[in-house]
Design a protein. Structure first.
Length: 179
């Protein structure tokens, strides 16, 4: 550390230079004090800013998590409602079935419809295809049904054969079936 002492001897010029140096030294010490003070203040503010930034990042992660959970809940709710609607539509769809969903025979009266073991009427299948809660012919395939239905026609065109194939494949028993 440098200490300046006033020199009382010497010319006026020496005394003035000495006074200037003393004043500059005092300004330097004051500036150094303010610099250290500002540096401490800066470090405190910087650490506070880092904490706020960490809190913000945690809040952002939490917000993103809640956003994803909200989207998932909304999607699952929509999916559940859609599944329920599809089930209702299928139930309604099968209320008015006019053809057996296995052999494609037309229903003329409720007597032709199959019954479950508990006595409830099966609205999808005829009594020839379904009995005792199972299909009567397990080896039956959509191709056999298609050929059986085709034999009832005297004349067929490519279009009528195609439409018959589509109709048989859309029957409940054969829809998405590997057989």
């Amino acid at each position: 550390m440098v200490i300046f002492e006033e020199i009382l001897t010497g010319s006026k010029n020496d005394i003035r230079v000495n006074g200037e140096l003393k004043r500059l030294w005092e300004d330097y010490k004051n500036a150094d004090f303010y610099f250290k003070h500002d540096l401490k203040k800066f470090n405190r503010l910087n650490s506070s800013l880092k904490e706020l930034n960490n809190d913000h990042n945690n809040d952002t992660e939490l917000y993103n998590l809640f956003l994803i959970l909200g989207i998932l809940c909304g999607f699952l709710g929509f999916l559940t409602l859609s599944i329920e609607e599809i089930k209702k539509e299928r139930i309604f769809e099968y209320e008015n079935v006019l053809f057996c969903q296995s052999c494609a025979k037309k229903f003329y009266s409720p007597v032709q419809r199959a019954k479950y073991n508990d006595g409830e009427i099966n609205k999808l299948y005829c009594c020839e295809c379904f009995s005792n809660d199972k299909f009567t012919d397990e080896t039956l395939t959509a191709d056999i049904i298609y050929k059986r239905c085709l034999s009832h026609f005297k004349k067929t065109t490519k279009l009528s054969r195609f439409l018959l194939k589509v109709k048989v494949n859309k029957l409940h028993r054969w829809f998405n079936s590997p057989y």
